[in-house]
Design a protein around this ligand. Structure first.
Ligand SMILES: [Zn+2]
Length: 315
């Protein structure tokens, strides 16, 4: 399944709102993006950040200038992306304080300094108060974008200092073809299961479609019924990294189920064929190496083929 990319057709209205404000030189210091989980708030705010920091100054980031390259590899000095702590689901006060300090410094490139805070419903009172300090005296050239599905859980004092950007879920007439284009079968069902949020539907499908595809196709690759290149072609709507991760997950659970045979150096059934224990460990290492490799663009197909080659060799 392909990764979704900006633009998302159903967020054209809020996107135009951002562009108008920018063009009129009336960007606020803080904006609150409100919309359901999986509607594309992160994608839109990230695209907007990138375009603000791009050297070309156009509506869409050029993607090739040094600022865009830095943005892509996560090293742009004037951009921060913050999420709540995974375990507590809350923002750490220190993280918010540090952000405030960083934003008060001058921009490295003399342009905007931008920060996205995703899941701001996870701001505790302490963290919210720390953020409020930055919102009350916003440093010049700073843009904060706060993202949440639940604005009601934010302190009113924070809400009132942010300009709201509504990001509604799309009509299914818009979302279903979009999902189909990205390789989702049963798009209408998937969308309904995700409560109408297309990106969530995509995520849920990636979690279930790939393992099923592996179960269907790998035995054919092992038996030689399906060639390596042809098999790679059938996986082309997925990233090689996704495929490697799904293969690892599958191998892991198969190894666990047949742990005793594996420990005794016997053959086990895994990734569509029967393999001696020795081969299983070597296979696992090779897939891990492919997973780390994470190729981009044109190299995707070659990486998919290498993964299929690993499977085929286990005959
Ligand atoms: Zn650029």
């Amino acid at each position: 399944m392909s990764e979704p990319a900006w633009p998302l057709p159903w967020l054209q209205e809020p996107w135009s709102q951002l562009l108008r404000a920018r063009k009129a030189d009336r960007l606020p210091h803080a904006m609150l993006f409100v919309g359901p989980q999986g509607v594309g708030k992160r994608l839109m705010s990230t695209a907007f950040s990138k375009s603000l920091l791009c050297r070309e100054g156009a509506e869409q980031a050029c993607g090739v200038c040094d600022a865009c390259v830095q943005f892509e590899n996560g090293s742009h000095p004037d951009f921060r992306f913050l999420q709540p702590d995974e375990k507590t689901r809350n923002f750490k006060i220190e993280a918010i304080r540090q952000l405030g300090q960083e934003l008060s410094l001058t921009s490295q490139y003399g342009g905007f300094r931008v920060a996205i805070l995703e899941g701001v419903e996870g701001l505790t009172e302490g963290a919210a108060n720390a953020l409020l300090k930055t919102l009350e005296e916003p440093p010049k050239g700073v843009l904060l974008m706060l993202l949440t599905p639940w604005p009601g859980r934010l302190m009113a004092t924070i809400r009132s200092r942010c300009q709201q950007v509504r990001c509604p879920a799309p009509d299914s007439e818009l979302a279903v073809p979009w999902l189909e284009q990205l390789g989702v079968s049963n798009a209408a069902v998937a969308l309904a299961e995700a409560g109408g949020a297309p990106l969530l539907a995509l995520e849920l499908c990636a979690q279930t479609e790939l393992p099923q595809l592996l179960r269907d196709l790998l035995p054919k690759v092992v038996s030689g019924q399906l060639g390596v290149a042809a098999a790679a072609k059938l996986f082309e709507s997925f990233q090689a990294r996704e495929l490697a991760a799904a293969m690892l997950a599958s191998l892991e659970s198969e190894s666990l189920q047949q742990g005793e045979a594996l420990a005794n150096g016997l053959e086990i059934a895994c990734l569509g064929g029967r393999r001696p224990a020795q081969t299983v460990f070597a296979l696992r290492d090779r897939i891990i190496a492919e997973h780390r490799f994470d190729p981009t663009g044109l190299n995707q197909q070659a990486a998919l083929e290498r993964l299929m080659m690993l499977v085929a060799r286990g005959r």
